[in-house]
Design a protein around this ligand. Structure first.
Ligand code: ADP
Length: 262
């Protein structure tokens, strides 16, 4: 218990330190990014090499800004605006983005029933959860492969709840994000949810993706499960409590508009 407390305190100080640095870095990056965006507009006839350098400057300043944003949103913790929502809409929306932005060598497919139960959640945060998991899946498949997002209803019974302390008896919506990528070895698997743990090269990974996922899902009363086999792939399962009792589970018609059309 003492070790746990120590760990929690250490993580808290890391968070405070990181958000302090992130704030300062943000102030430094803002004029750099603005300059890199403005200069090509002011000097449209500059030589190609100069324009190219400015482009590189902009891309990297933006990358830095994204990193800062991730650190800040992580350190700020998670406090969302919860509404009743249909995860199928979010999944469809995410799949659309993936199909447009991921390399063509990655085949994206979804498998979600129409009668998926509703959950109570923050759509921006849950969107982030799906994106973080899918970006990891993409990074695990540098030579291409299959990325599948599926979802199903699950009624957790007493036996299950007894075996998994994070689970409660009742209805859940389970989302599975699976890839056919490199997989995760045992010793790394133990650490992937730690903040700042990454195996990616500097500049490409912050190590905050999965700890953000866990933070968000815990604040939704859910939990996350991961299975992986080196060389064949990984799947992450996200469990979110469904809204209402089993008899009163909402069907889609009763749902307030969430702004996520298909
Ligand atoms: P980051 O993506 O910035 O490294 P994450 O917290 O999202 O941070 O992930 C931590 C690490 O977990 C990754 O660096 C990678 O080693 C491992 N990982 C996560 N998802 C997968 C996956 N789908 N396949 C293989 N490894 C993964």
């Amino acid at each position: 218990l003492e070790a746990q407390l120590f760990r929690a305190q250490r993580l808290e100080s890391i968070g405070t330190l990181a958000s302090g640095i992130a704030h300062d870095l943000n102030n430094i990056l803002t004029p750099i990014l603005a300059g890199a965006q403005l200069l090509p507009l002011k000097f449209p006839h500059a030589d190609e090499r100069t324009l190219h350098l400015l482009e590189i400057l902009e891309i990297n300043a933006r990358r830095g800004a994204d990193l800062v944003k991730q650190v800040l949103s992580f350190a700020r913790g998670v406090e969302g605006k919860h509404i009743t929502l249909q995860m199928r809409h979010l999944i469809v929306e995410v799949a659309k983005i993936l199909k447009e932005t991921f390399p063509k060598s990655i085949e994206v497919s979804i498998d979600v029933p129409h009668e998926l139960w509703m959950v109570s959640g923050d759509s921006t945060q849950l969107h982030q959860v799906l994106m973080n998991l899918c970006v990891n899946a993409r990074d695990a498949m540098p030579n291409g492969g299959k990325l599948t997002i599926s979802a199903q209803n699950l009624l957790i019974d007493e036996n299950y709840a007894r075996m998994n302390l994070e689970a409660n008896v009742g209805p859940y919506v389970v989302m599975t994000i699976s890839d056919t990528g490199v997989g995760i070895s045992g010793e790394i698997l133990d650490r992937i949810f730690e903040p700042f743990f990454t195996t990616k090269p500097v500049g490409q990974g912050t190590g905050l993706g999965l700890s953000t996922v866990i933070g968000i899902i815990k604040s939704h009363g859910g939990f996350v499960d991961v299975r992986s086999e080196v060389g064949s792939g990984t799947y992450f399962q996200v469990y979110l409590p469904a809204v209402g009792g089993t008899e009163t589970l909402y069907t889609e018609e009763l749902v307030p508009l969430t702004g996520h059309g298909e």
